[in-house]
Design a protein around this ligand. Structure first.
Ligand code: ZN
Length: 145
């Protein structure tokens, strides 16, 4: 595994409507627009959050929920193919009313209050995720030669 090389494609600026599920809405957007390879970043606020932490010893995700209003200080992620379909992998740093930060792998259940997203699409064959024995995760496979 080394790396993929891409030429930039369209850049989308997306306002996610209030009340939408952050990950669910982005899933729909990339699917509707045929986006299979992209990098994304976002900021805004959520009314509640569901995040995950990957336990490297147990090789499983631990879910946790934040039942409060939070700023989305920084979110980033990417789009690649998993089992032939576009898959979004995204992490975010969130802050409470005192500026204390939480972070993790973004799960379904983050309710958007306001969110501005940049999606940078790439031209060419999308990266493909395959199960990786060592980590227990679906990671980018070696690019075709
Ligand atoms: Zn993750």
């Amino acid at each position: 595994m080394t790396h993929y090389v891409y030429q930039p494609g369209p850049v989308y600026l997306v306002r996610v409507p209030t009340g939408e599920d952050l990950l669910g809405y982005l899933d729909g957007f990339v699917s509707d627009n045929g986006i299979q390879s992209a990098w994304l970043s976002y900021l805004g606020a959520v009314s509640r959050a569901s995040l995950r932490y990957y336990d490297q010893d147990q090789r499983e995700y631990c879910d946790f929920h934040l039942h409060e209003h939070l700023e989305v200080l920084a979110g980033m992620g990417n789009v690649s193919l998993l089992d032939g379909a576009p898959f979004i992998h995204t992490h975010a740093v969130l802050a409470d009313s005192r500026g204390r930060a939480y972070g993790g792998h973004v799960n379904y259940g983050c309710e958007v209050w306001a969110l501005e997203v940049k999606i940078e699409q790439y031209e060419g064959e999308a990266p493909v995720r395959l199960f990786d024995e060592r980590t227990g995760l679906s990671l980018w496979a070696s690019p075709p030669v």
